[in-house]
Design a protein around this ligand. Structure first.
Ligand code: FE2
Length: 243
Protein backbone atom coordinates (compact mmCIF):
# COMPACT_ATOMS: atom_id res chain seq x y z
CA UNK A 1 0.00 0.00 0.00
CA UNK A 2 1.37 3.38 -1.05
CA UNK A 3 0.08 6.63 0.40
CA UNK A 4 0.63 9.95 -1.34
CA UNK A 5 -0.17 13.38 0.04
CA UNK A 6 -1.57 15.70 -2.61
CA UNK A 7 -1.33 19.43 -1.97
CA UNK A 8 -2.26 22.17 -4.42
CA UNK A 9 -2.64 25.86 -5.03
CA UNK A 10 -0.70 27.30 -2.12
CA UNK A 11 -0.48 30.68 -3.96
CA UNK A 12 2.40 32.01 -1.88
CA UNK A 13 2.18 35.80 -2.20
CA UNK A 14 4.17 37.10 0.76
CA UNK A 15 1.07 37.33 2.95
CA UNK A 16 1.17 35.72 6.38
CA UNK A 17 -2.23 34.20 5.68
CA UNK A 18 -1.20 32.11 2.68
CA UNK A 19 2.13 31.17 4.21
CA UNK A 20 0.43 30.08 7.44
CA UNK A 21 -2.09 27.93 5.58
CA UNK A 22 0.70 26.25 3.63
CA UNK A 23 2.69 25.72 6.82
CA UNK A 24 -0.34 24.16 8.53
CA UNK A 25 -0.84 21.66 5.71
CA UNK A 26 2.83 20.77 5.40
CA UNK A 27 3.25 20.36 9.18
CA UNK A 28 0.37 17.87 9.11
CA UNK A 29 1.91 15.96 6.20
CA UNK A 30 5.32 15.97 7.81
CA UNK A 31 3.89 14.14 10.82
CA UNK A 32 2.49 11.33 8.70
CA UNK A 33 4.00 8.28 7.09
CA UNK A 34 3.49 8.98 3.38
CA UNK A 35 5.59 7.82 0.44
CA UNK A 36 5.70 11.19 -1.30
CA UNK A 37 4.13 14.61 -1.54
CA UNK A 38 2.67 15.76 -4.86
CA UNK A 39 2.06 19.49 -5.35
CA UNK A 40 -0.01 20.33 -8.42
CA UNK A 41 0.77 23.94 -9.17
CA UNK A 42 -0.01 27.56 -8.43
CA UNK A 43 2.94 27.73 -6.08
CA UNK A 44 3.76 31.45 -6.36
CA UNK A 45 0.78 33.74 -6.77
CA UNK A 46 2.70 36.20 -8.96
CA UNK A 47 5.51 33.94 -10.17
CA UNK A 48 8.07 36.03 -8.27
CA UNK A 49 11.43 34.71 -7.07
CA UNK A 50 10.79 35.99 -3.54
CA UNK A 51 7.56 34.02 -3.46
CA UNK A 52 9.35 30.87 -4.59
CA UNK A 53 11.93 31.38 -1.85
CA UNK A 54 9.11 31.31 0.72
CA UNK A 55 7.47 28.35 -1.03
CA UNK A 56 10.72 26.41 -1.07
CA UNK A 57 11.04 26.79 2.69
CA UNK A 58 7.40 26.10 3.47
CA UNK A 59 7.03 23.08 1.17
CA UNK A 60 10.16 21.48 2.55
CA UNK A 61 9.36 18.13 4.11
CA UNK A 62 11.10 14.93 5.09
CA UNK A 63 9.21 13.16 2.29
CA UNK A 64 10.17 12.99 -1.39
CA UNK A 65 8.35 15.86 -3.07
CA UNK A 66 7.44 16.62 -6.67
CA UNK A 67 6.02 20.00 -7.71
CA UNK A 68 4.64 21.13 -11.05
CA UNK A 69 3.79 24.65 -12.22
CA UNK A 70 0.31 26.10 -12.57
CA UNK A 71 -1.04 29.09 -14.44
CA UNK A 72 0.17 31.50 -11.74
CA UNK A 73 3.72 30.19 -11.95
CA UNK A 74 6.70 31.45 -13.92
CA UNK A 75 8.90 28.75 -15.43
CA UNK A 76 12.12 30.76 -15.19
CA UNK A 77 11.71 31.65 -11.52
CA UNK A 78 10.32 28.17 -10.75
CA UNK A 79 13.42 26.53 -12.23
CA UNK A 80 15.78 28.96 -10.57
CA UNK A 81 14.46 28.64 -7.03
CA UNK A 82 12.59 25.34 -6.75
CA UNK A 83 14.74 23.26 -9.12
CA UNK A 84 18.16 24.64 -8.21
CA UNK A 85 18.57 26.47 -11.51
CA UNK A 86 17.74 23.51 -13.72
CA UNK A 87 18.41 24.01 -17.43
CA UNK A 88 15.64 24.58 -19.93
CA UNK A 89 13.05 27.15 -20.90
CA UNK A 90 10.04 25.06 -21.94
CA UNK A 91 7.58 22.98 -20.01
CA UNK A 92 8.73 21.57 -16.67
CA UNK A 93 7.99 17.83 -16.85
CA UNK A 94 9.22 15.50 -14.13
CA UNK A 95 8.97 11.96 -12.81
CA UNK A 96 9.78 10.49 -9.42
CA UNK A 97 9.70 6.90 -8.35
CA UNK A 98 8.79 5.61 -4.92
CA UNK A 99 8.92 1.93 -4.04
CA UNK A 100 6.08 0.36 -6.03
CA UNK A 101 4.89 3.36 -8.04
CA UNK A 102 5.84 6.28 -10.26
CA UNK A 103 4.50 9.80 -10.27
CA UNK A 104 4.68 11.67 -13.56
CA UNK A 105 3.95 15.40 -13.44
CA UNK A 106 3.41 17.43 -16.60
CA UNK A 107 3.50 21.17 -17.03
CA UNK A 108 0.08 22.19 -18.36
CA UNK A 109 0.68 25.92 -18.03
CA UNK A 110 0.65 28.31 -20.98
CA UNK A 111 2.80 31.34 -20.13
CA UNK A 112 0.60 34.37 -19.68
CA UNK A 113 -2.71 32.51 -19.81
CA UNK A 114 -5.04 31.05 -17.18
CA UNK A 115 -6.10 28.01 -19.19
CA UNK A 116 -3.90 25.00 -19.84
CA UNK A 117 -2.48 22.80 -22.56
CA UNK A 118 -0.03 19.94 -22.81
CA UNK A 119 2.22 21.20 -25.59
CA UNK A 120 3.73 18.98 -28.26
CA UNK A 121 7.06 18.37 -26.47
CA UNK A 122 5.18 17.53 -23.27
CA UNK A 123 2.90 15.00 -24.98
CA UNK A 124 5.93 13.41 -26.64
CA UNK A 125 7.75 13.31 -23.30
CA UNK A 126 4.71 11.83 -21.53
CA UNK A 127 4.34 9.13 -24.17
CA UNK A 128 7.99 8.12 -23.90
CA UNK A 129 7.96 8.30 -20.11
CA UNK A 130 4.85 6.14 -19.71
CA UNK A 131 6.24 3.62 -22.18
CA UNK A 132 9.17 3.11 -19.80
CA UNK A 133 7.22 2.98 -16.52
CA UNK A 134 5.90 -0.45 -15.51
CA UNK A 135 3.37 1.07 -13.16
CA UNK A 136 1.31 1.69 -11.33
CA UNK A 137 1.70 5.29 -12.43
CA UNK A 138 -0.07 8.41 -11.27
CA UNK A 139 -0.09 11.17 -13.87
CA UNK A 140 -0.51 14.71 -12.62
CA UNK A 141 -0.75 18.27 -13.88
CA UNK A 142 -2.31 21.55 -12.82
CA UNK A 143 -5.31 21.90 -15.12
CA UNK A 144 -8.22 19.42 -14.97
CA UNK A 145 -8.87 17.77 -18.34
CA UNK A 146 -12.61 17.44 -17.61
CA UNK A 147 -15.34 19.81 -16.47
CA UNK A 148 -16.09 19.81 -12.74
CA UNK A 149 -19.35 21.74 -12.60
CA UNK A 150 -17.83 25.10 -11.64
CA UNK A 151 -18.28 27.34 -14.69
CA UNK A 152 -15.43 29.79 -14.13
CA UNK A 153 -13.00 26.92 -13.54
CA UNK A 154 -14.32 24.82 -16.39
CA UNK A 155 -13.74 27.76 -18.73
CA UNK A 156 -10.00 27.71 -18.03
CA UNK A 157 -9.34 23.97 -17.91
CA UNK A 158 -6.98 21.84 -19.99
CA UNK A 159 -7.31 22.38 -23.73
CA UNK A 160 -7.35 19.48 -26.18
CA UNK A 161 -8.12 16.88 -23.49
CA UNK A 162 -8.83 14.28 -26.17
CA UNK A 163 -5.12 14.12 -26.97
CA UNK A 164 -4.33 13.24 -23.35
CA UNK A 165 -7.18 10.73 -23.26
CA UNK A 166 -5.87 9.02 -26.40
CA UNK A 167 -2.39 8.86 -24.94
CA UNK A 168 -3.57 7.42 -21.62
CA UNK A 169 -5.53 4.83 -23.58
CA UNK A 170 -2.21 3.26 -24.52
CA UNK A 171 -1.12 2.88 -20.92
CA UNK A 172 -3.44 0.87 -18.65
CA UNK A 173 -0.86 1.08 -15.85
CA UNK A 174 -1.92 4.70 -15.23
CA UNK A 175 -4.07 4.31 -12.12
CA UNK A 176 -5.36 7.88 -11.85
CA UNK A 177 -4.89 11.47 -12.94
CA UNK A 178 -4.16 14.07 -10.24
CA UNK A 179 -4.83 17.77 -10.73
CA UNK A 180 -5.27 21.07 -8.91
CA UNK A 181 -6.42 24.46 -10.25
CA UNK A 182 -10.07 24.04 -9.25
CA UNK A 183 -9.55 24.79 -5.52
CA UNK A 184 -12.05 22.14 -4.50
CA UNK A 185 -11.72 18.54 -3.42
CA UNK A 186 -13.46 16.73 -6.25
CA UNK A 187 -13.48 13.35 -7.94
CA UNK A 188 -14.67 12.37 -11.38
CA UNK A 189 -13.40 10.23 -14.24
CA UNK A 190 -11.30 10.92 -17.32
CA UNK A 191 -10.20 8.48 -19.99
CA UNK A 192 -11.65 5.67 -17.89
CA UNK A 193 -9.49 6.58 -14.91
CA UNK A 194 -10.24 8.42 -11.66
CA UNK A 195 -9.61 12.14 -12.04
CA UNK A 196 -8.80 13.38 -8.54
CA UNK A 197 -8.75 17.08 -7.77
CA UNK A 198 -6.88 18.40 -4.74
CA UNK A 199 -8.50 21.13 -2.66
CA UNK A 200 -6.92 24.58 -2.79
CA UNK A 201 -4.84 25.40 0.27
CA UNK A 202 -5.66 29.12 0.10
CA UNK A 203 -9.33 29.09 -0.88
CA UNK A 204 -12.26 26.92 -1.92
CA UNK A 205 -14.15 27.28 -5.17
CA UNK A 206 -17.89 26.85 -4.90
CA UNK A 207 -20.16 25.33 -7.53
CA UNK A 208 -23.29 27.37 -8.36
CA UNK A 209 -25.60 25.22 -6.23
CA UNK A 210 -23.46 26.08 -3.21
CA UNK A 211 -22.46 29.67 -4.00
CA UNK A 212 -25.93 30.91 -4.84
CA UNK A 213 -25.71 34.72 -5.01
CA UNK A 214 -22.34 35.05 -3.26
CA UNK A 215 -18.92 35.05 -4.98
CA UNK A 216 -17.87 31.56 -6.04
CA UNK A 217 -14.68 31.56 -3.93
CA UNK A 218 -14.74 30.99 -0.17
CA UNK A 219 -11.72 32.20 1.80
CA UNK A 220 -13.04 31.11 5.20
CA UNK A 221 -13.26 27.37 4.67
CA UNK A 222 -10.14 25.73 6.13
CA UNK A 223 -7.08 24.61 4.14
CA UNK A 224 -7.38 21.04 2.93
CA UNK A 225 -5.49 18.36 1.06
CA UNK A 226 -5.96 14.91 -0.42
CA UNK A 227 -4.41 11.56 0.42
CA UNK A 228 -4.33 8.90 -2.26
CA UNK A 229 -3.93 5.28 -1.24
CA UNK A 230 -2.65 3.09 -4.05
CA UNK A 231 -3.27 -0.59 -3.49
CA UNK A 232 -3.69 -3.39 -5.99
CA UNK A 233 -3.68 -0.88 -8.85
CA UNK A 234 -6.70 0.91 -7.36
CA UNK A 235 -6.74 4.39 -5.83
CA UNK A 236 -8.74 5.43 -2.78
CA UNK A 237 -8.78 9.12 -1.93
CA UNK A 238 -9.34 10.73 1.45
CA UNK A 239 -9.89 14.45 1.64
CA UNK A 240 -8.85 16.18 4.84
CA UNK A 241 -9.61 19.74 5.97
CA UNK A 242 -7.37 21.25 8.63
CA UNK A 243 -9.16 23.90 10.73
FE1 FE2 B 1 -4.93 28.26 -8.12
Amino acid sequence: MIVLAHVSDVHIDGSERNTARTRRVMAYVDGLDVAAVVVTGDIADNGAEEEYAIARAELKTRHPTIICPGNHDDRTAFRKVLLDGADGTGAINQVIRVPGASIVLCDSSIPGRPDGLLDEPTLTWLDATLAAEPGPVLVGMHHPPAALGIPYVDGIGLGEPDRLAALLGKYPQVAAVLVGHAHTGAATTFAGRPLLVAPGVVSTALPPFEAGERPPVDYDLPPALAFHILSGGRVTTHYRALP
